[in-house]
Write a protein that binds this ligand. Structure first.
Ligand SMILES: Nc1ncnc2c1ncn2[C@@H]1O[C@H](COP(=O)(O)OP(=O)(O)OP(=O)(O)O)[C@@H](O)[C@H]1O
Ligand SMILES: CC(C)(CO)[C@@H](O)C(=O)[O-]
Ligand code: BAL
Length: 282
């Protein structure tokens, strides 16, 4: 696997590969790789000649007081795991390489970035769409792979690609979970033993909600209340939001007749976890 830190060098290498007719699959990450990331790399390896993984903890998507400095990092381990999963190129630029002195340009998707995680993390998606646009311009992938775990992020990226006429196929891959149901996340390492035990309530409450919908319940408020009640039974859980929304507009749904996204964010101590599930009303 080739490891690049400089934009000029990776552009020149991939440019040559593209000239030779190679297809490029791209998996953007913030590193500290786990099975969720590795599943994206494996999907990319199935469909493309070259698989590029980026490892970059992007400062512009973190708000003041968030965990930018303490975000877990282990590049040597990431290089090993990415290669084992089928990555052929790894791009890990320094912050100054991506945002040199005098940097001024941002990409912003409106409306759908103001709800759910966008409401509690103002500016977050502006940072995500900016860095993803930059990475797309550097790498020129045919396909890019994102996880359903960050459901809103995938929807925002799809919107951006469509609106800005980017010729890139966005592929959204299923959530990989621990054996007890907790969605894998680099931030799970922050959890202490009690928090980790109680965090299983996130997926449990989502599975329960989906079952309610499958059993014919259409009242979104009733389902939301049931989720909140279940989560509140865990003393360490502090709910940020629980929402049932339309899968494209991300606006609240009151009666569930079509496909909906049930998404939530919950804090355990200083750790903010997200999870979601799709369900379809009958
Ligand atoms: N459990 C998972 N299953 C599938 N995809 C995942 C999972 N966790 C993360 N991803 C995807 O991996 C990509 C990189 O995500 P990121 O590096 O932020 O990992 P993360 O574990 O979600 O970290 P964080 O703790 O910041 O939420 C994103 O497209 C994300 O949706
Ligand atoms: C897409 C991404 C790598 C952009 O920094 C990040 O938001 C993530 O890891 O999901
Ligand atoms: N997976 C989204 C990256 C973030 O939380 O900043």
């Amino acid at each position: 696997m080739k490891v690049f830190k400089k934009i000029k060098e990776i552009k020149s290498y991939l440019g040559e590969q593209i000239k030779q007719g190679m297809t490029i699959g791209f998996v953007p990450t913030m590193g500290y790789l786990h099975e969720g990331h590795l599943s994206l790399i494996r999907y990319a390896a199935k469909d493309n000649d070259i698989v590029v993984v980026s490892v970059f903890v992007n400062p512009t998507q973190f708000g003041p007081g968030e965990d930018l400095e303490k975000y877990p990092r282990d590049l040597d381990r990431d290089i090993r795991l990415a290669q084992q999963a089928g990555a052929t190129v790894l791009f890990t630029p320094e912050v100054e390489e991506m945002y040199p002195n005098g940097y001024k340009t941002y990409v912003e998707v409106e409306q759908i970035t103001g709800t759910l995680c966008g409401a509690s993390r103002p500016g977050h998606f502006r940072g995500v769409t900016t860095v993803v646009s930059k990475l797309f311009n550097i790498i020129n992938p045919n396909r890019a792979y994102f996880g359903q775990k960050d459901a809103q992020q995938s929807i925002v990226i799809k919107r951006m690609v469509k609106d800005l006429n980017m010729d890139i196929e966005i592929i959204v891959c299923p959530i990989v979970r621990e054996s007890d149901g907790l969605a894998m996340s680099s931030r799970n390492v922050y959890l202490n033993k009690d928090e980790r035990e109680q965090a299983v309530v996130l997926s449990q409450s989502l599975f329960m909600a989906k079952e309610m919908i499958q059993n014919g319940e259409k009242d979104a408020l009733k389902i939301k209340k049931a989720i909140i009640k279940m989560i509140k039974e865990k003393p360490l859980a502090d709910i940020d939001y629980v929402s049932i929304v339309d899968i494209e507009t991300l606006t609240d749904v009151s009666e569930i007749n079509n496909k909906v996204l049930i998404a939530l964010a919950v804090r355990f101590g200083k750790t903010r976890l997200i999870d979601n599930i799709m369900a379809e009303g009958k």
